[in-house]
Design a protein around this ligand. Structure first.
Ligand code: FUL
Length: 479
């Protein structure tokens, strides 16, 4: 009796002594983690282009044309929130230079439009509505300005930074700031009507701009998006997908916004990247980024949006879906309907987690110690995980469903606070007395959804076939 009690105590002590895996650097910061967990962010393109019908305004549009007649930002936010978006990013200024807020630094602004007799401030309305509804507010401020007379000269940089200051001082906190890669070309430029090119690598002096913003808003940490980060990277395409292999890490030392030829690199990231700069998948629900009535019949269907969900969120990325308001200042009925049907598809596909509370076993777990037990992957707690010993880079988890079930999706999550590790995994199903491979892929990262196309089985096996360090999985869900 005494001996067995002693053994038990000794064992428990040994369990407590098993330390968690060391992080595999780089790891995400808290703001990036929150961004990963949002999964869905809405993009709003709205400016004079909505009224002229073009995608890139030349910069000579009269503010007189900006006149939404039934403007209702609450409708935008309600629709987008109901669709599941956790944040909104709006084009405070697109390439045409028109500002949606009454900037004191330009006349090319909503303040000189008929909207609310020049008293309107779209940024104010939206920032307030977004917060009222409990979402986060982000801003796109085009670096390229085809209206400004000093574009391509040093004076413009002062102007651009003044506008950033206005935004952060009056509409913050801003969770994400979008720096677009399209920079320089022909434009109005205060009447010069000429082509102006800039050195994309040096002209904006991004480090100084970013430092200025960090001083303006020390907390919460602003996430800067651009081709090169520093917090979030462009995904390299505008069609709604990130590569099947998707590393959240990349080396951005020589990258800059607007650099050509880096699309492929951006869409995969780099396994040995020295910075955590995850890709954001930006795509529009319509062919254009702005609303054009003639594209009403081309709004992406709920099915297409669902495919996009799987090739973005389902590959460990965040989806930035553009839903542009129309000339009334409303999200169009067709877009609303498709968004709602898409939401229903997601809810229906991922509502019944067959793995919740199911029996899980593994061929190995860290120190055979409970804090790293395989059951952690089905306990619904994102902060617990299964992990192996440091020198064990492979492992298999078996989830017993009890009875035979039809399986459509297997969803996996790495515990990315400790870095992204897994580079090869597969999913087997138990059929007719043997394991058969149903799906195989490379990276997991924040989230990975594998389509099993309705296979019937009572047991699922997840094999980690290769990992950069001890694999650490926080969740496996089965639908
Ligand atoms: C691009 C821009 O040129 C498009 O107009 C749009 O804003 C898209 C999100 O980024 O670079």
């Amino acid at each position: 009796m005494f001996i067995s009690l002693f053994l038990l105590l000794a064992c428990n002590q040994a369990n407590d002594l098993v330390t968690p895996p060391e992080p595999l650097y780089p790891v995400p910061n808290e703001a990036q983690l929150e961004w990963h967990e949002m999964e869905l962010i809405a993009f709003i393109h709205f400016t004079t282009n909505t009224f002229t019908g073009v995608e890139w305004g030349y910069g000579d549009e009269s503010p007189d044309i900006f006149n939404p007649t039934e403007m209702d930002v609450d409708q935008w936010v309600t629709v987008l929130k109901d669709a599941g978006f956790k944040a909104l990013i709006i084009t405070a200024k697109h390439h045409d230079g028109f500002t949606l807020w009454p900037s004191e630094y330009t006349e090319h602004s909503v303040k000189n439009s008929p909207y609310l007799d020049g008293e309107g401030d779209v940024l104010r309305e939206l920032a307030d509505a977004v917060r009222r509804h409990g979402l986060k507010f982000g801003v796109y401020l085009s670096p390229w300005d085809r209206n400004h007379p000093e574009y391509a000269r040093p004076e413009y940089i002062t102007y651009y930074r003044n506008q950033i200051r206005e935004i952060f001082e009056n509409y913050g906190p801003i969770f994400e700031m979008w720096f677009d890669g399209a920079n320089g070309g022909d434009g109005y430029y205060g009447g010069a009507r000429e082509t102006r090119m800039i050195d994309r690598e040096t002209y904006y002096d991004w480090p100084a701009t970013i430092e200025m913003v960090r001083e303006l808003q020390p907390e919460p940490h602003v996430l800067f998006f651009s081709d090169a980060g520093p917090d979030i990277r462009w995904v390299g395409n505008e069609q709604g997908w990130v590569s099947e292999t998707n590393w959240n890490t990349i080396n951005n030392d020589t990258l800059y916004a607007g650099q050509s030829g880096i699309e492929q690199l951006l869409t995969t990231g780099e396994e040995h990247g020295r910075k955590w700069i995850p890709a954001e998948v930006d795509v529009s629900i319509r062919p254009g980024w702005f609303y054009h009535a003639e594209q009403d019949s081309m709004v992406k269907s709920p099915e297409r949006l669902f495919e996009i969900y799987l090739s973005s969120v389902g590959r460990g990325s965040t989806l930035l879906l553009n839903v542009p308001p129309d000339r009334r200042g409303l999200i169009h009925e067709i877009d609303t309907e498709n968004l709602m049907k898409w939401r229903k598809m997601i809810d229906e596909s991922f509502s019944m987690n067959l793995a919740a509370g199911a029996d899980v076993s593994a061929d190995t777990y860290r120190g055979a110690s409970n804090p790293f037990h395989p059951a952690n992957v089905t306990d619904g707690n994102k902060d617990t995980y299964w992990a192996t010993d440091d020198d064990v880079l492979t492992g298999s988890l078996v989830i017993d469903l009890g009875d035979e079930k039809v399986i459509n999706y297997v969803q996996l999550q790495e515990y990315i606070r400790l870095g992204q590790r897994i580079r090869d995994f597969s999913v087997d199903t138990w059929i007719e007395g043997e394991w058969r491979q149903a799906a195989a892929a490379t990276t997991i990262g924040y989230k990975r959804i594998m389509n099993l196309n309705g296979i019937k089985t009572d047991r699922i096996r997840v094999n980690i076939n290769d990992s950069r360090a001890a694999p650490v999985i926080s969740s496996i869900e089965i639908y």
